[in-house]
Design a protein around this ligand. Structure first.
Ligand code: ZN
Length: 375
């Protein structure tokens, strides 16, 4: 029996693995940070023998509530990921698994590798609708890629979409992928019409270093990028610095920042009701966007979410608040679950790649509802 994590986004620490009866594992902290929650490892085990696996010391993880009612993801072929039932006692997440193949992968959510990210941006750049731009470099020397979809004309609305500031929230990049491919589909009437009125600026992975390193929440230097938007710096947060500069160059009429939430089993948005420039116009845009998304898909809901900021009390280091304030524009954080959408539960797969991608496609229906009045 052997457990390994030496691959893209791998993260595990073996505490005890003498026999399949008792395998105890820990999750490593993000570099120079106290956050830990993302795991991804391979078990080379005994076929048809039951393995009892425990992830321990989770009471001090970034989101202890994330483990309640959470079921781990497993895959033999690294394409199809299914759920394995877990139990959580407040500190230990335990599950039993009987492999049908010699090697099996386990992860917190379906991984989205840097290689897949490169495949995505290179596939996209082959489209006549897409221009691929390099915004800069990360601390580990990876590229920060921007995809510009549609012809840039001054009259068109500028819609910015960023995903995966928090690298362990891989659902964000799966969602961005769905949205991107719908925009690139030349047979899709909705996309054709949207691109008459708008240009999309998409950063599918804001944090490729953290992603490759197997981090939950931070970049190579242990910086939480979604608290850097007031004063990004070249040494701590070049990712934000480069993206914010590109936003300033183009202007922003709408912004969507895509995330995953560890604890809440729902899809929801967080608005910018607490920013100083919040107005009846921004509220109307938010309400229109939400109403359109609610009618587009039962995967979205507006009952469960984060507490709303009081007027003027928004945290302006957070991307959607900072961008909403700087550009006086509609700005949402979109959150997807690690667990499932409890309004539409799927015990086999839970929240999945297909559902992330579909939500990304459906987001464009809501964009269509607001695009004419964004500016
Ligand atoms: Zn996040």
């Amino acid at each position: 029996m052997h457990i390994s994590a030496q691959f893209d986004s791998g993260n595990i620490r073996v505490i005890e693995a003498a026999s399949p009866q008792k395998i105890v594992l820990g999750i490593n902290k993000d570099n120079q940070s106290d956050f830990y929650q993302w795991f991804h490892f391979r078990l080379f085990g005994e076929v048809f023998e039951t393995h009892h696996i425990t992830l321990t010391d989770l009471a001090k993880s970034a989101y202890p509530d994330g483990w309640k009612d959470y079921n781990v993801l497993a895959s033999y072929d690294r394409q199809n990921w299914f759920r394995v039932d877990c139990e959580f006692d407040g500190d230990n997440l335990s599950f039993s698994f009987t492999p049908e193949q010699p090697a099996v992968y386990f992860a917190y959510f379906i991984p989205y590798s840097y290689e897949r990210h490169l495949d995505l941006v290179h596939d996209a750049q082959m489209s006549l609708r897409c221009e691929h731009r390099l915004l800069g470099e990360t601390l580990d020397g990876r590229d920060i890629n921007l995809l510009v979809i549609g012809d840039e004309e001054p009259a068109k609305k500028k819609i910015w979409i960023t995903a995966r500031q928090h690298p362990g929230e891989t659902m964000a990049e799966w969602c961005a992928e769905g949205l991107l491919y719908r925009l690139l589909d030349e047979q899709d009437g909705l996309s054709r019409q949207l691109l008459d009125d708008a240009v999309f600026y998409i950063v599918p992975n804001m944090n490729p270093d953290g992603a490759a390193r197997g981090h939950l929440r931070t970049n190579a230097a242990g910086t939480n990028l979604n608290r850097e938007w007031a004063e990004p710096g070249a040494e701590k947060s070049p990712e934000v610095l480069h993206v914010l500069k590109a936003m300033t160059d183009t202007g922003v009429d709408m912004y969507l920042d895509i995330h995953g939430d560890e604890a809440l089993p729902y899809n929801f948005v967080a608005g910018s009701e607490g920013i100083p420039c919040y107005s009846a116009r921004l509220k109307d845009l938010e309400d229109t966007f939400k109403a359109a998304l609610l009618s587009a898909t039962p995967e979205f809901q507006d009952e469960y979410g984060y507490p709303k900021d009081k007027p003027g009390e928004a945290n302006l280091t957070v991307a959607s608040n900072a961008v909403g304030q700087k550009f006086d524009c509609l700005a949402y954080t979109l959150e997807m679950p690690f667990k499932d959408n409890n309004n539409l539960p799927d015990p086999v797969y839970g929240w999945s790649v297909q559902r992330c991608r579909q939500l990304g496609e459906d987001l464009l229906i809501a964009v269509r509802a607001v695009v004419s009045k964004l500016r």
